[in-house]
Design a protein around this ligand. Sequence first.
Ligand SMILES: Nc1ncnc2c1ncn2[C@@H]1O[C@H](COP(=O)(O)OP(=O)(O)O)[C@@H](O)[C@H]1O
Ligand SMILES: [Mg+2]
Length: 399
Amino acid sequence: MVYTNHILKVGAVNNGAGRPRGLDAWRKFWQASVAVGTEELRLDPNQRSIESRDFEAGLRQKIVGQDEALQAVVDLYQVFRAGLNSPGRPIGNLLFLGPTGVGKTRVVEAAAELLFADPKAMIKVDCAEFQHSHEIARLVGSPPGYLGHRETHPLITQESLAASHTDKLHLSFLLFDEIEKASDSLWQLLLGMLDKATLTLGDNRRVDLSQTMIFMTSNLGGGEITELMTGGMGFAPAVRVESRPQLDEKVERTAAEAARRKFSPEFMNRLDKVLVFRPLRRGQLEEVLEMELGQVQRRVLETAGRRFSLRVTTEAREFLLEQGTDQRYGARHLKRAIERHVVYPLARLLATEQVHLGDVVSIDGDRGKQRLTFSKDAKRALAEGPQTNTCGLVAVAAG
Ligand SMILES: Nc1ncnc2c1ncn2[C@@H]1O[C@H](COP(=O)(O)OP(=O)(O)O)[C@@H](O)[C@H]1O
Ligand SMILES: [Mg+2]
């Protein structure tokens, strides 16, 4: 349509001789061309590719809440896929702040699982382990001639970064966990990496980090955030006197202030984004519980030769939530409660051969005794057994 229009208009100023002749004709020709240009096609920069939509949906299946952080990771990935990341810099430098056990490390693992099919496909530096200068050698290797030069294999090398690469995706993740514990020498290295996307190893080899996303986590301000959100209660209540936007703003401010107090302006200026993770509310902990029970069921289904199915009653779930709620440790406490009250007893049942292939094991809560009870209906084999959901987990209302 646009093209036809163009032809007609050009034809009109062509003097019938193929080309416009004279200044006037040229002016008309030019105007006609510009007129064609004004037929704009509106673009939608908010539209996402199927790939990044899938990535985001996958993250949301694995992570409860923390929307802003998920969004930041997806945005960064999209910039990288479009090839628009700044040359000579890492793809992105993200700092995750917030209390313990709310998903800071898990977000990076979940992203690795989705993009590289392995939650461990990253270089993870636990900053607490590199507090002394001699420990830095484990990170970058020691200079030639130093004692132990040959034995020390640096943690960050071009090869280890490339380990996560696939044919289609030349991307690497570098995670610095709990950076508030980093020593001064680690800090210096980190500043260089964030700025220039290079790291010089002990033997002078250079590591290029321009295809790398750098994630940093810190619990800084976590205590204050939790206090703000819970008012000292065990978990963040669903409704608070304060409105959510007000509270969100306070949380952001608290975290940002804590970060500015502790970290130098040079460091803060090298970050692309600071994401504040929120404490998990009761309903969110329930969602994490479902995910974790699904994981237990998956582990059980993978036990060679003795696959069985789990039914977990509402009472048992409530018991686990009660036992597993402690705002100081977030979902970590919940995971521990599941290990202690579900996984260990199941392991003992397996070891003593009380559970066999096809059994359906029911887990119920015993309020009086403050524990879980285990029973099975031996006749209900897995093959003809109850309808299970994708995890093989059967929810049963407390009766
Ligand atoms: N928001 C969340 N969504 C899903 N699981 C979570 C979430 N937060 C914590 N968990 C669970 O708790 C564990 C510990 O969380 P983690 O991300 O390691 O905590 P931290 O915020 O201290 O880095 C995770 O491995 C995961 O199983
Ligand atoms: Mg962590």
